[in-house]
Ligand binder design. Structure first.
Ligand code: HEC
Ligand code: HEC
Ligand code: HEC
Ligand code: HEC
Length: 252
C-alpha cells in the first residue's frame, strides 16, 4: 500500500512536470523535466528555480533553491580500493552534488526558491520527489547506500587524489582508470584543500560529482537519456558507453 501511494505520488509529480514539448538529448533545458518555466504570476523563467542574479543562497552557482539540511553518507565505510566514503551536509558542502540532492532527496519542495521578480516568492511548487519506487529519488533521508560514489576522489592521471576529505585508497589498481576522462566528455572537479570546489582537474586534488555524468541543463554535450554526457549502451569509452568513460575494464 505504501509502495502504491509512493508510486501514485510519483506519477502525480511526473504528470505535473510533463512538458508540452519533449526535448531530445542535447537540445537544452526547454521541454525537459528541469524546465520549470511558466509557474506563478508573473511567470518564472527557465533558470529561476535554480539560479538568481541577486540575493543567492550561495555565491557558488548563484544558487536560488533552498538547500537540503540532510547529512549524506553510505552504509559502507570504504570502497574496494579502500577509499573512504565521505559524510557531507547539504547546506555546507560546497560541491554541486548537494544542489542536485536539494530537490532529489525529497526533503525540500521543488519550488522552494529564495528570490524572484524583486521579492521572496515563497514556495511556488509545493511538491517533493517521493521515496520508494520513484525513479527520481536519490539520497532520501541522506541515505546514499546503493548509489555510485560522488563527492569523492578520482585517480586523475592514474595517481591518487584527495577530495572532500577522502583520499584514493591504497588498494586502487591505477591502470584500471582512464587518465583523463574529460577526453570522453566527463566533467571533473577539484578541491583546493579548504573545501572550495571548482570545475577542472588538478593533479592530486580531483574528484567527481553528480555533474560528472549529468548535465542538468541538457546542454549540447549530452548524448544519452537522463541528461547524461554519455550513452547507456555500448562496450567501450569510444562507443560512448558511460562506465568505460572513467573505468578501464572492457578495452578502450
Ligand atoms: C529545482 C529542483 C531540481 C534540481 C536542483 C535538480 N533536479 Fe533533477 N529533477 C527535478 C524534478 C522535479 C524532476 C522530475 C521528477 C518527476 O517527474 O517526478 C527531475 C528529473 C531529473 C532527471 C530525469 C530526467 C529525465 O529525462 O527523465 C535527472 C537525470 C535529474 N533530474 C538529475 C539531476 C541532477 C544530476 C541534478 C544536479 C546537477 C538535478 N537533477 C538537480 C528537480 C530538480
Ligand atoms: C534544475 C536546476 C537548474 C536549472 C533550471 C538551471 N540550472 Fe544552471 N546549474 C545547475 C546546477 C546543479 C549546476 C552545477 C552543475 C555542475 O557543475 O555540476 C549549474 C551550473 C550552471 C552554470 C555554471 C556551470 C556551467 O555549466 O557553465 C551556469 C552558467 C548555469 N548553470 C546557467 C544556467 C542558466 C542560464 C539557466 C537557465 C537557462 C540554468 N542554468 C538553469 C542547475 C540548474
Ligand atoms: C558515474 C556516473 C553517474 C553519477 C556520478 C551520477 N549518476 Fe545519475 N545516472 C547515471 C546513469 C548511467 C543513469 C541511468 C541509468 C539508471 O537509471 O540507473 C542515471 C540516472 C539518474 C536519474 C534518473 C532516475 C534513476 O534513478 O535511474 C536521476 C534522477 C539521477 N541519475 C540523479 C543523479 C544525482 C542526483 C546524482 C548525484 C548524487 C547522480 N545522478 C550521479 C549515472 C550517474
Ligand atoms: C566520472 C567517472 C566515473 C564513471 C563515469 C563511472 N565511475 Fe565507477 N567509480 C568512479 C570512482 C572515482 C570510483 C571510486 C574509486 C575508489 O574506490 O577510489 C568508482 C567506483 C566504482 C565501483 C567500485 C565501488 C567499490 O565499492 O569498490 C564500481 C563497481 C563502479 N564504480 C562501477 C561503475 C559503473 C557500473 C559505472 C557505469 C554506470 C561507473 N562506475 C561509471 C568513477 C566513475
Amino acid at each position: 500500500m505504501k509502495k502504491l501511494i509512493a508510486s501514485l505520488a510519483g506519477l502525480g509529480a511526473s504528470l505535473f512536470f510533463m512538458p508540452l514539448v519533449l526535448a531530445a538529448p542535447g537540445d537544452g533545458l526547454a521541454g525537459t523535466k528541469h524546465d520549470f518555466s511558466g509557474i506563478g504570476n508573473p511567470q518564472t523563467g527557465a533558470c529561476t528555480f535554480c539560479h538568481t542574479p541577486h540575493k543567492a543562497q550561495s555565491q557558488a552557482l548563484l544558487w536560488n533553491h533552498a538547500l537540503t539540511t540532510n547529512t549524506f553518507s553510505w552504509t559502507d565505510t570504504v570502497t574496494t580500493a579502500g577509499t573512504a566514503f565521505p559524510t557531507f551536509v547539504g547546506d555546507s558542502y560546497k560541491g554541486p552534488t548537494v544542489k542536485c540532492l536539494s530537490c532529489h532527496d525529497g526533503s525540500v519542495a521543488i519550488g522552494d526558491i529564495g528570490w524572484w521578480n524583486g521579492g521572496d516568492p515563497g514556495t511556488l511548487l509545493n511538491v517533493t520527489i517521493p521515496n520508494g519506487e520513484n525513479a527520481f529519488s536519490i539520497g532520501f533521508g541522506g541515505d546514499m547506500t546503493g548509489n555510485h560514489p560522488v563527492a569523492m576522489p578520482f585517480p586523475y592521471q592514474n595517481a591518487p587524489s584527495t577530495y572532500n576529505g577522502s583520499t584514493t585508497g591504497s588498494g586502487i589498481t591505477l591502470v584500471d582508470w582512464k587518465a583523463d576522462p574529460r577526453d570522453f566528455n566527463i566533467v571533473l572537479y577539484n578541491d583546493d584543500g579548504a573545501g572550495n570546489i571548482s570545475r577542472g582537474a588538478v593533479p592530486g586534488q580531483t574528484g567527481i560529482e553528480c555533474g560528472s555524468c549529468h548535465d542538468p541543463h541538457n546542454g549540447p554535450k549530452v548524448t544519452g537519456p537522463w541528461f547524461l554526457y554519455v550513452n547507456l549502451g555500448g562496450a567501450t569509452g569510444a562507443d560512448g558507453y558511460i562506465c568505460e568513460k572513467c573505468h578501464n575494464k572492457s578495452g578502450s
